[in-house]
Design a protein around this ligand. Structure first.
Ligand code: DCP
Ligand code: MG
Length: 462
């Protein structure tokens, strides 16, 4: 209804994009419980369970916007997103009365839930694969690594190999270091290129599961071909462990015919596993105080003399055709050729290859002893990094989409559709009444087009 759009009392406004949802809120006990139920529904899969998952998520989102801790049921009785949900209400009531929910405790102690949770922590393993592995009687990552009956994807092989790294939250500092590394390369390739940390960090989170970097250039069209060049430069300096490049699939029809609740946008992008040198994160001062500075446009990346030498030395990648597509394929071929061998062989081979690479290129870091206790060879940590390229004309929309949160996007897109008869995506805003795309230079303009009060990124933690 249009009245909800102009509601002034935002705490119980219908859409979470109308509310202020801070990162640190007053009802964590309740929302944590609801998020376990959401996760369980997600793991179970299927249409019915994804609707259930959404209902749990909506209820938890509504609670996050409340200005104080809920003490009794009456305080939440009229919340839009809790009203219809008997299950949500029951759990909230249980927690308010007993201090905990036995149903939620049971789920958390359930072997199936715990195992699928571990499995879905593997990069490239979704709920369906997690369930499948459980049904195959696999109960641990070791079981998965040893299992002869599954054809692991390249992603999953990396996910298993770097499981601990990837499941260790990325810190804000690490995200900044990665941003600086990527920005330095981008500047050198094309001065003026912008590299922006988006995702959870831009909403004020101090840790995240990955680093989302939005890359653009103020001159429309200049961004074309940029991703491949940036990846090639990063690859030459050994920053990339794994890349999965997806070409842009954007066209104007795409935004007009956007499917309901379609989440994936059409930008050119790369899902990667980044090799973040421990040296760069251990010593916070290193990025700013080292004498040897590589001046790269506006961004400076400081490196030790030895590392500079490393970057100049030919690497395996450079012996190839020098095309980033090729190096990507090379990685994949390597992995594919391993598919005949068993998982243990695969690990041994890859590790010794890594050892060789590192021996010839990197000097031991300060804590080489500690490192060798861990895995003997690496002086870098694996970090999930997403690189997204956007043309300047779509930048504000791309930024809003990648700042998120996921629920914020869902709600503002729903709102645009139902209340404004417009289609909002990370590419633009399409007015279905006027049959026209509406340009925007800033996020504020997007809110204005939608007749919504502006919400800062830190208020979008729904
Ligand atoms: N996004 C989305 N829908 C998805 C996935 C992502 O709208 N299904 C958008 C909103 C997210 C942003 O992209 O906030 C970044 O995606 P992430 O999965 O990295 O989410 P966050 O950065 O918010 O979380 P984390 O801190 O765990 O990385
Ligand atoms: Mg993220």
């Amino acid at each position: 209804s249009s009245s909800s759009a102009s509601k002034t009392c935002y705490q119980d406004a219908k859409y979470c994009c109308q509310r202020i949802t801070p990162l640190n809120h007053h009802n964590k006990k309740l929302t944590d419980a609801l998020e376990v139920l959401e996760k369980q529904a997600d793991f179970l899969g299927g249409d019915n369970n994804s609707s259930r998952a959404l209902a749990f998520r909506k209820a938890s989102t509504a609670l996050k916007a409340l200005p104080k801790t809920v003490r009794n049921m009456r305080e939440v009785e009229n919340l839009c997103d809790l009203k219809g949900g008997k299950h949500c209400k029951r759990v909230v009531q249980e927690i308010l009365e007993e201090g905990f929910s036995s149903e939620v405790e049971d789920i958390m102690n359930d072997e199936w839930f715990q195992t699928v949770k571990i499995f879905t922590g593997v990069f490239g393993c979704g709920a369906a694969t997690g369930r499948k592995w459980f049904d195959m009687k696999l109960r641990s990552l070791e079981d998965v690594r040893r299992c002869q009956d599954i054809n692991l994807t390249t992603e999953q092989k990396h996910g298993l190999k770097f499981y601990d790294d990837i499941n260790t939250p990325v810190t804000r500092h690490e995200a900044d270091v990665i941003q600086q590394i990527v920005a330095a390369e981008a500047q050198q390739i094309l001065p003026g290129t912008t590299v922006t940390v988006t995702g959870g960090f831009s909403r004020g989170k101090t840790t995240g599961h990955d680093v989302d970097l939005l890359i653009s250039h103020p001159e429309e069209g200049k961004e074309e071909g940029l991703l491949a060049q940036i990846l090639y430069a990063l690859h030459k300096k050994d920053f990339l462990e794994y890349t999965d490049v997806q070409n842009s699939s954007y066209n104007e029809a795409a935004i007009r015919q956007v499917k309901r609740n379609q989440v994936m946008d059409h930008f050119e992008r790369c899902f990667s596993i980044f090799r973040l040198p421990k040296r760069l994160i251990q010593d916070r001062s290193e990025l700013n105080t080292d004498q040897s500075t590589v001046k790269l446009g506006e961004n400076t990346l400081k490196m030790s003399p030895k590392d500079q030498a490393n970057t100049q030395r030919p690497t395996l990648a450079e012996e190839g055709s020098g095309d980033v597509e090729d190096t990507t394929n090379k990685t994949q071929n390597q992995d594919n050729s391993d598919e005949t061998g068993n998982a243990d062989d695969r690990n041994v081979r890859t590790q010794s290859q890594d050892a060789g690479l590192l021996d010839s290129k990197l000097t031991p870091c300060v804590d080489s002893e500690a490192t060798s206790l861990n895995d003997g060879v690496r002086d870098w940590v694996a970090r999930r990094v997403d690189l997204i390229i956007t043309p300047h004309s779509q930048y504000a929309y791309a930024l809003m989409g990648w700042i998120g949160s996921r629920m914020f996007n869902r709600s503002i897109r729903d709102y645009a559709n139902r209340e404004m008869n417009m289609t909002l995506t990370s590419h633009g805003l399409f007015d279905k009444t006027k049959n026209a795309l509406i340009p925007a230079k800033t996020q504020r303009e997007i809110f204005e087009h939608l007749k919504l009060q502006y919400r800062e990124p830190k208020e979008r933690n729904c």
